[in-house]
Design a protein around this ligand. Structure first.
Ligand code: SF4
Ligand code: SF4
Length: 457
C-alpha cells in the first residue's frame, strides 16, 4: 500500500515569491514548477532537503517550527539537542553557559541526541550480520535520504536498515526514565532542536513508525540566536548546569552526526557520501552496477552532514573543527571516565530500547509513477517518450518546468501544454499555428504579468 501522507516543514510564501526560479533550478528531485510567476511545490516529489530554502534570494521559503511557548504546556520540558548545536558557538562560549541559558529559557532537562547512538551502534552491527543478502545496507539516520530513496530509488527501500534513528531512541529513553521517576506521560514535553527541515518532517510524519516520542520541534537557528544573544548580553553561566550528561559523550558518539560518523564504526566495507547531488549520482551508479560489494552506506543530504543543516547558524567547516576538538579532548579521559552517570543509567534500559528499536518496512513512493492504474501509467509513459521527440533537450526552464523531461511528464499528467515550450512556440508562430500575442499570453501565464511590465490585478 502506498504511503499517502508526507508532512513538509518547508512552506512557500506566494506573497513574497518573485518567481526567479532559483529554487526550481536547484531542486534535486524536480519538485518545483513556476506558475503565474510563483513557485509551486509538487508535494510527492519533495524530500525536504532544503536546497530551495538556501537558494531563495528573498526569503519566500520558510521552515515552520512549533511555537516556543508550547514548551510551557508541560511540567517536564526536555530540550533534546544534537551535538552540532554545541558546535555552533565560538570556543569562548562554554558548554556550561549554553546549558545554563537553555535552563533559563525554560527547559527543565537537557539531553543530547547522541546518547541514542550507544544503543544503536550495536544494533546496527547485528543488523549487518543478520541481513547479508540486503547488502549494501543503507543507514536511515538522514530522513531526507530515506525520502529520496522512497521517491527516486524505490527498489532500494529493501536496503534500508530498519532501525530507529538516535533521535528517536534518545526520546524514547528519556520519556521512559522520567515516567519511571514518577512523571505522568502527559506532563512530559520533549522538544527536539533541529538542524534541518527533514528532521521536522520525520518527527511530524515518521516513516516506518506510527508515532514519535518527540512532542515538538524547534529550529536550531532560533535557539542559537536566543542563547548567543543572552551570552553576549553578559549571561555569566554561573548557574551550574544541572545535567551531568551534557557533552559527557564518548568521542565517537560526539561525531556520529558528521560525515563518516557512522561508516567509520561499521564492520566490513563501509562508505560515507554527503550532499544530496553526490548521493543521487552515487545511487544512480549503484542501481546500474552488478558489483555491489559494499556492506554499509552512510548517506547524508547535507554537505558535511548535520553540520551543514539548513537551520544551522555557524559555518559548517568550523562546526566540524570544533566538534572534532571536543571529541579529541573527551578522548584524553581515562577509559571508562566518559561513561557518565547518564550513560550508565541508559544501559539499564538497554533491553527495553532494543525491544523497541525496529521500525516497519519503508514503502516505495515512486515519483515517476504517472498514474495509479498500471495500464494508464504505461500509456502516459509512452506519451512522455513521444513528447520528448519534439522537445529541444536544452532544459532551459522557460516553460516553468525544470527540464524538458519534467515538462513532458507534466503534459502527460494534464498539468501543462506543449506550447509552454518556447522553442515549440517559435515553430508554431512560423507555421502561423500560434500568433505572437498567444505566445505572449502563455508566457504571462507561466511567469506572471509583472515580468512583462504589467501591474498586478
Ligand atoms: S526541499 Fe529539496 S526536494 Fe523539496 S522542493 Fe526544496 S529543493 Fe526540492
Ligand atoms: S527562489 Fe523560488 S520561492 Fe524564492 S523567490 Fe525565487 S521562485 Fe520564489
Amino acid at each position: 500500500m502506498a504511503v499517502k501522507y508526507f508532512h513538509h516543514a518547508l512552506k512557500f510564501r506566494k506573497e513574497v515569491c518573485i518567481g526567479c526560479s532559483h529554487c526550481m533550478n536547484v531542486c534535486p528531485t524536480e519538485a518545483i514548477r513556476i506558475h503565474g510567476g510563483k513557485a509551486e511545490l509538487t508535494d510527492n516529489r519533495c524530500v525536504d532537503c532544503g536546497k530551495c530554502y538556501m537558494a531563495c534570494p528573498v526569503g519566500a521559503i520558510i521552515v515552520e517550527q512549533d511555537d516556543f511557548s508550547r514548551i510551557f504546556e508541560y511540567e517536564h520540558r526536555v530540550a533534546l539537542i544534537p551535538n552540532v548545536l554545541l558546535g555552533q558557538f565560538p570556543e569562548k562560549v562554554s558548554i556550561n553557559q549554553i546549558c545554563s541559558v537553555l535552563h533559563d529559557l525554560g527547559f527543565t532537562h537537557i539531553f543530547e541526541v547522541e546518547h541514542g547512538t550507544r544503543i544503536l551502534q550495536g544494533a546496527m552491527e547485528e543488523y549487518i550480520q543478520e541481513y547479508p543478502q540486503k547488502k549494501p545496507l543503507i543507514s536511515t539516520f538522514c530522513p531526507a535520504i530515506v525520502r529520496l530513496i522512497q521517491v527516486q530509488f524505490p527498489a532500494m527501500t529493501e536496503n534500508l536498515m530498519l532501525l530507529k534513528a538516535p533521535l528517536d531512541i534518545a526520546a524514547t529513553y528519556f520519556r521512559k526514565k522520567l515516567i519511571d521517576q514518577g512523571a505522568k506521560a502527559d506532563e512530559i514535553g520533549i522538544f527536539y532542536i533541529t538542524p534541518c527541515a527533514a528532521k521536522i518532517a520525520a518527527v511530524k510524519s515518521p516513516v516506518g513508525d506510527e508515532t514519535s516520542d518527540i512532542t515538538g520541534v524547534i529550529n536550531m537557528d532560533f535557539i542559537f540566536n536566543k542563547v548567543y544573544t543572552s551570552v553576549k548580553q553578559g549571561h555569566s553561566g554561573k548557574n551550574t548546569c544541572k545535567v551531568p550528561s551534557l557533552s559527557a559523550l564518548e568521542p565517537q558518539e560526539m561525531l556520529w552526526s558528521l560525515t563518516e560518523g557512522e561508516s567509520s564504526l561499521m564492520p566490513g566495507r563501509a562508505l560515507a557520501i554527503d550532499e544530496i547531488s553526490n548521493v543521487i549520482e552515487f545511487l544512480e551508479r549503484l542501481e546500474n552496477e552488478e558489483n555491489r560489494d559494499i556492506d554499509f552506506l552512510e548517506l547524508r543530504a547535507c554537505d558535511q552532514s548535520c553540520a551543514g543543516g539548513i537551520l544551522t547558524s555557524g559555518n559548517r567547516f568550523f562546526t566540524v573543527e570544533r566538534l572534532q576538538k571536543h571529541a579529541s579532548e573527551a578522548g584524553t579521559e581515562l577509559p571508562g571516565e566518559g561513561l557518565n552517570q547518564e550513560a550508565a543509567s541508559m544501559m539499564q534500559y538497554r533491553d527495553f530500547l532494543m525491544e523497541n528499536i525496529a521500525v516497519k518496512k519503508v514503502l516505495p513512493r515512486s515519483m515517476d509513477k504517472l498514474d495509479d492504474d498500471t495500464k494508464r501509467a504505461m500509456l502516459k509513459m509512452q506519451m512522455v517518450r513521444e513528447i520528448m521527440k519534439s522537445l529541444p533537450y536544452v532544459d532551459c526552464g522557460l516553460c516553468g518546468s525544470p527540464t524538458c523531461n519534467a515538462l513532458a511528464q507534466d503534459i502527460a499528467q494534464g498539468r501543462a501544454e506543449i506550447t509552454h515550450c518556447i522553442f515549440i512556440q517559435k515553430k508554431y508562430e512560423q507555421k502561423e499555428w500560434l500568433s505572437h500575442h498567444e505566445s505572449m499570453e502563455i508566457m504571462k501565464e507561466i511567469w506572471g504579468n509583472e515580468k512583462f511590465g504589467e501591474q498586478k490585478n
